[in-house]
Write a protein that binds this ligand. Sequence first.
Ligand code: NDP
Length: 317
Amino acid sequence: MSDSINEKVRCLIIGSGPAGYTAAIYASRANLSPVLYEGIQPGGQLTTTTEVENFPGYPEGITGPELMEDLKKQALRFGADIRFGIATEADLLEAPYKITIDGEKVIEAETVIIATGAAAKYLGIPDEQKYAGMGVSACATCDGFFYRKKVVVVVGGGDTACEEAIYLAGLAKQVYLIVRKPYLRASKVMQERVFNTPNITVLFEHNTIGLFGENGVEGAHLVKRMGEADEEKVDIAIDGFFLAIGHKPNSDIFKPWLETDETGYIKTIPDTPRTKLPGVFAAGDVADPHYRQAITAAGSGCKAAIEAERYLSEIGK
Ligand code: NDP
């Protein structure tokens, strides 16, 4: 990290998803003069979705990119300083905290709101990109509604995959759960719920190698017992393909300073966005392995800004 401090700020927000922008709205209105760095994916995960129908206040729905643009405008309206740039290093040894942007500029911040989000993991097959927004999704709660009475796949064998399969089974005609191993990793209770749901079929020892369809996903190419002597190719007709093979929280640069769980989610004091460091808060998906919704992220961004304001007035800054 460079030794020179380029800029001092009272409130630094890192990330531009619903948590970051909401924190910026609240922090600006509280006169904290927040500076927000947008990160690698300005607007966050929602910019990769199409319709968002479950964010309160939009009775007709809104596209992910439009929602994020609205949140950004709202933050700008109250004077938030929103900038391009990626936080590449963090020094949280003591306040004021030092965050390096793009490997060169150092910001010295009295409070830091980490809202860097998480990224869904994908299998890495080219068809996932080809059919992005055309049948491929990594969020059943966001997109499941579009598959009412249809046939969908959920990939994964953990708790998330089971939960998403059960959720989708309430909407879709048929759900296939594609599991690469001969068993589920999910908790026993979730496994039982999956096995007791009549319209979920678990395909153990199956891997997906491709998708097909003219104007969207119409089917998946699977391989049963891949790499074994009795390996078998299986094609199934489907309308939607949901990934549930885990998320990776974007917390790497903070790990030396903050507690994280085994997956990398930043641990906060329960029911608050406070971390163990005074003045450092974590909001949205980077600290939330459970809900991962735009509205819950926005709510925690709001909490983080309120906490930052209280902390600054307590220390008289
Ligand atoms: P997990 O890491 O627990 O499970 C990921 C699943 O995806 C595994 O079955 C894994 O297979 C599979 N997988 C990973 N990569 C691939 C791949 N390339 N191809 C095919 N399959 C793949 O992630 P989850 O998101 O399910 O859960 C994360 C944490 O959150 C867990 O601790 C979980 O218990 C918790 N959670 C709890 C819930 C609850 O209590 N209600 C709900 C949701 C999550 P394999 O088993 O072969 O490695």
